[in-house]
Design a protein around this ligand. Structure first.
Ligand SMILES: [Zn+2]
Ligand SMILES: [Zn+2]
Length: 187
């Protein structure tokens, strides 16, 4: 399922190594009330193995702004949804908690983050987060109001977070944190 490299013959008699993209699993029929999405540019085996079976995978490798385009589309559907980023490992209790917690904006921190206080600096992170419909309805332009210079995926979470907080919403942390393959930051 993950990408693999393959040596192929070139027309001129030389050879080249190409990358053959893996494919994520096709989503099964929706199991709960939360629509799960996994924007990805690569496939991590641990994420694939842990992901909700009904999650829809979205290939955002075409552009640095593709994550914004994907979220703009999801936001416009105005239905409760969760995001799992491609380097985050999900768990069954996470799926249950997002299904049942009544808070509008729920998020899991990262179990392997450098320091607990650093987690609070990442309160807008989108690695494992769920937004309820009431929040989408209250801030329908959270994505569409971001100007093009804010579309780049690295800073997108803060652009969204500041718009939600301006309307009085606050993230609700859930514990224990999820495993994040890229964690480390200040250490
Ligand atoms: Zn919650
Ligand atoms: Zn730190």
């Amino acid at each position: 399922m993950t990408d693999r490299l393959e040596v192929v013959a070139a027309e001129d008699g030389n050879r080249r190594v190409i990358r053959v993209a893996g494919r994520p699993p096709a989503p099964v029929k929706r199991r709960g009330t939360v629509a799960w999405y996994i924007p990805y540019t690569k496939l991590e085996a641990a994420t694939v193995a842990s992901a909700p079976l009904d999650a829809m995978w979205i290939d955002v490798s075409s552009s640095d702004a593709a994550y914004h385009a994907a979220l703009l589309d999801i936001w416009g559907r105005r239905e409760t949804f969760a995001l799992l980023e491609h380097d985050v490992v999900c768990r069954p209790d996470v799926i249950d908690a997002f299904e049942t917690c009544p808070e509008p904006w729920c998020s899991y921190g990262y179990a392997n983050i450098c320091h607990p206080e650093c987690q609070d600096a990442w309160a807008n992170q989108l690695g494992c987060v769920r937004f309820r419909k009431e929040l989408l309805d209250a801030v329908p332009d959270a994505l569409s109001s971001i100007p093009p210079e804010g579309w780049e995926w690295r800073n997108l979470c803060d652009r969204i977070g500041e718009r939600l907080r301006a309307k009085g919403f606050t993230h609700h942390w859930h514990h224990p944190g999820v495993d994040h393959r890229g964690a480390g930051w200040c250490s």
